[in-house]
Write a protein of this length. Structure first.
Length: 425
């Protein structure tokens, strides 16, 4: 799950966590191979494929079963195009205070908090208020071009891709009969919205939900299904679509990777039927219009997106996604997502009793020091893209898995309280 050769060099130059975890990394640049070694565990191997990042394989010479496809960004020149579609911003951040935005000095004090304790492994912190970047900071060797591991923020990327397909090609959130494999059993009643709201009801073992032991990765000698789809090196979509039904669709919310992966299978099948390339389509259909140049979506060995967790992106790219939701699915006045889609995303999912919407976490319980209308893309540890409609605010916080908790969320909350107070004045 390393991005590319340049990205690997940045990792090795970045956080000290990799030494602390006792991981030894071997890079074969000539052959596009990388191996990770840790005492007591079998080595892990991956192959670099290009714009699809890397693919986990059983051994360094194992084949991949798809043809990687170049998908370079084709948007406008970022240096000549103003933010947010481009990267051109007016002058120094601290000179940008206007009557329309919160005081950048306050946002910088919030950034000071986020980066104060190196053990919390903050990689990037970005604050966008009323469309303007008012704070942007990176750790050590990182900068605005660095792609960071985002983990389950990819679930919301996948949601946005499905929404983009609905906008372009039509469709209904209540669509059923999603896959031929489900045609003759109760799974045919699973709706598209059930996949988006993590409430399909499929039997899929895991331990990453609330009140579950997240340190449990295996049970009875085998990986839990939630982890197996990443670690097996097999056909992840086939594994998920073969899962039997355990609960009636739409009644039980569980944090399981089967639902977002099946959402991508639905999208992939749809694109193939239309004669479009599933590998290049995300960049062309969604990322290019937003000016996103750095998001990489990795696949299983069969070229199927694992963006329930295998995804990377620049902090500014995640801020753009946050702005897309903040702007009710429009960009530069043009619709990108279907009308009403963002309302669906941030509406409490019935099976989650107010905790989640569609692939986002809701702040209805006030767990973040922000208004209760806030919601966020959530990735492992404290990877967050937070959208606050009532404050016209987007906050991005990136950081790698550090191996142990060090108060990251409490620190972020302290920083958010500063920002919210200033933005609400």
């Amino acid at each position: 799950m390393l991005l590319d050769r340049d990205g690997l060099r940045r990792v090795l130059a970045g956080h000290p966590m990799h030494d602390e975890l006792g991981v030894r990394i071997e890079l074969d640049e000539a052959r596009g191979r990388v191996s990770l070694h840790k005492e007591g565990l079998r080595p892990a191997h991956a192959r670099f494929t290009g714009d699809q990042g890397v693919v986990l394989v059983a051994d360094p010479d194992a084949p991949v079963h798809f043809d990687p496809e170049p998908a370079p960004p084709q948007g406008p020149d970022p240096d000549a195009t103003p933010w947010p579609t481009g990267d051109r911003t007016p002058g120094d951040l601290l000179d940008r205070a206007t009557s329309d935005t919160l005081d950048p000095a306050v946002a910088e004090r919030a950034a000071d908090l986020v980066f104060a304790n190196p053990a919390q492994c903050a990689s990037a912190f970005l604050v966008v208020h009323r469309g303007q970047i008012v704070a942007e900071r990176y750790f050590r060797a990182y900068d605005r071009e660095t792609r960071f591991e985002a983990w389950s923020m990819g679930k919301t990327i996948g949601l946005a891709l499905a929404g983009r397909s609905l906008a372009l090609h039509g469709g209904d959130l209540d669509q059923t009969d999603l896959f031929p494999e489900w045609a003759h059993d109760e799974r045919r009643h699973i709706r598209l919205r059930d996949l988006m709201q993590l409430s399909s009801g499929l039997a899929f073992s895991g331990s990453f939900g609330r009140n579950e032991d997240q340190s449990e990765l295996a049970r009875d000698g085998r990986f839990l299904d939630h982890v197996y789809v990443y670690a097996s090196g097999g056909d992840a979509f086939r594994f998920c679509v073969d899962a039997p039904l355990e609960h009636p669709p739409g009644t039980v919310g569980r944090y399981r990777n089967c639902d977002p992966l099946l959402l991508q299978k639905w999208l992939r099948d749809r694109l193939i039927e239309r004669g479009e390339s599933p590998l290049a389509w995300p960049q062309r259909a969604l990322f290019d219009p937003l000016g996103i140049r750095g998001i990489v979506l990795e696949t299983d060995p069969f070229g199927q997106f694992l963006i329930s967790g295998h995804d990377y992106g620049r902090a500014r790219d995640f801020a753009r996604l946050g702005l897309l939701f903040l702007q009710d699915g429009t960009w530069n006045g043009q619709p990108v997502l279907p009308e009403g889609f963002v309302d669906f995303v941030r509406r409490p999912a019935p099976a989650w009793k107010g905790e989640r919407g569609a692939s986002v976490v809701l702040n209805r319980d006030g767990r973040l020091a922000l208004p209760t209308d806030a919601y966020w893309m959530s990735g492992a540890t404290v990877n967050r893209t937070i959208v606050v409609p009532s404050l016209d605010l987007v906050v991005v916080r990136m950081g790698p898995i550090a191996g142990r908790p060090a108060g990251e969320l409490a620190t972020l909350n302290e920083a958010l309280a500063l920002i919210a107070d200033a933005a609400g004045r």
